[in-house]
Design a protein around this ligand. Structure first.
Ligand code: SF4
Length: 367
């Protein structure tokens, strides 16, 4: 039974009510127990847990340091194209938005990689829209180029079949992130009216195909703001527990993109505040101490400075969210608005002063 099948047995709205009904006693139990269940997680993200935030933050920080030491990894997204056949209502790259589409050639990818090399990054996240033109044939040509510059290579691209993931592994890909966006089926279908992404089962079973292909790390997450984020977070916690049980060989990472304004005038129906986001991140750290948690430049410098020392393993910095943004063409439409525009060097300096060991050069990886 896949997780999509298991999801049919879970009542999304009921989990939302469970979170709202959690008591202070439930929160204390969740804080003091050794192995936390999804019900404990629900208590930790509840309104009742707000009064316990100082304890929750302290515990999250303690677990993070115990499990990961002082390490903070930095990565850079590399957008290879902005062509997409999907019509996600919240995204600037949606097929319904009319602007000049861009797909980088092999020479342009090399140019971008050279620019990234000069910046000093060697953990690269390849990002593309979802289209047949930017599919496996394109990856077969581009991934070997990027791999020459990446000590650790991650991808955030369309869901693929298990054989494709095996091939990508052989080409040197270490991690693939495919975010579910939301586990609430009516919201999912409403926000994905056309294109392959409308197939919710195929998307949700992607982490399982990655696990089957033996990918080193699998990135999961939801898009905060689409549906009731507390119920969505409980579904994600169930999904993580499922992956731990069935695909324990792969590491898991989580990302928490909060919806921001996008081309097309979309504004999030369930906005998530910074305080709620901190609570959510800490609760995941307590629920599953092994999770690697990352936070992108969508969030402000002030917010990232506050949350990184508590529970974050990796951050992007100095990012461009448009194809060709580092060297080839700096003026195309970005996928979303960047909120922390400090350079990697500035960010490194800031977190070093706080005692974190910031890693973004190969010479530093593992050392
Ligand atoms: S979120 Fe991804 S799949 Fe959806 S329109 Fe944007 S690029 Fe395409």
């Amino acid at each position: 039974m896949s997780f999509f099948d298991e999801l049919q047995l879970l009542d999304f709205d009921e989990w939302g009510r469970t979170v709202q009904a959690a008591t202070e006693k439930d929160v204390i139990n969740a804080l003091t127990t050794r192995r936390r269940t999804v019900a404990d997680f629900a208590a930790l993200i509840s309104p009742a847990a707000v009064h316990f935030m100082p304890q929750i933050v302290r515990e999250a920080e303690r677990i993070t340091r115990e499990r990961f030491g002082q390490t903070l990894n930095m990565y850079l997204p590399l957008y290879l194209n902005n062509i997409c056949s999907n019509c996600c209502k919240y995204c600037g790259f949606s097929a319904g938005n009319h602007f000049k589409r861009r797909i980088l050639s092999a020479d342009e990818v090399t140019e971008e990689c050279e620019a990234i090399k000069k910046l000093g990054y060697e953990t690269i996240l390849v990002v593309t829209g979802e289209s047949a033109r930017g599919g496996m044939d394109y990856f077969r040509e581009m991934i070997p180029i990027v791999k020459k510059y990446a000590a650790y290579l991650m991808m955030e691209v369309q869901p693929l079949d298990v054989n494709d993931y095996r091939e990508l592994r052989e080409l040197g890909v270490d991690c693939v992130c495919v975010y579910q966006e939301t586990y609430h089926e009516p919201t999912y279908l409403d926000n994905h009216p056309h294109g392959k992404k409308r197939n919710m089962r195929y998307r949700m079973e992607t982490p399982e195909r990655l696990g089957e292909a033996g990918m080193d790390k699998i990135g999961m997450g939801i898009l905060l703001g689409l549906a009731d984020f507390r119920a969505d977070a409980c579904m994600l916690a169930h999904h993580i527990a499922y992956m731990r049980k069935h695909y324990w060989r792969s590491r898991l990472s989580l990302s928490f993109p909060r919806l921001r304004p996008a081309e097309g005038g979309f504004s999030p129906p369930h906005p998530v505040s910074e305080k709620e986001l901190v609570q959510f991140i800490c609760a995941f750290r307590l629920f599953d101490p092994e999770l690697e948690i990352s936070i992108s430049t969508r969030e402000s410098a002030k917010f990232r400075d506050a949350v990184v020392p508590i529970a974050i393993n990796s951050i992007s910095a100095g990012s461009s969210t448009q194809p060709g943004g580092y060297a080839v063409d700096k003026h195309d439409l970005p996928q979303f608005v960047i909120n922390d525009d400090r350079s990697a060097v500035e960010i490194e300096e800031h977190f070093r002063k706080l005692g974190l060991d910031v890693i973004w050069h190969t010479s530093r990886i593992g050392g």
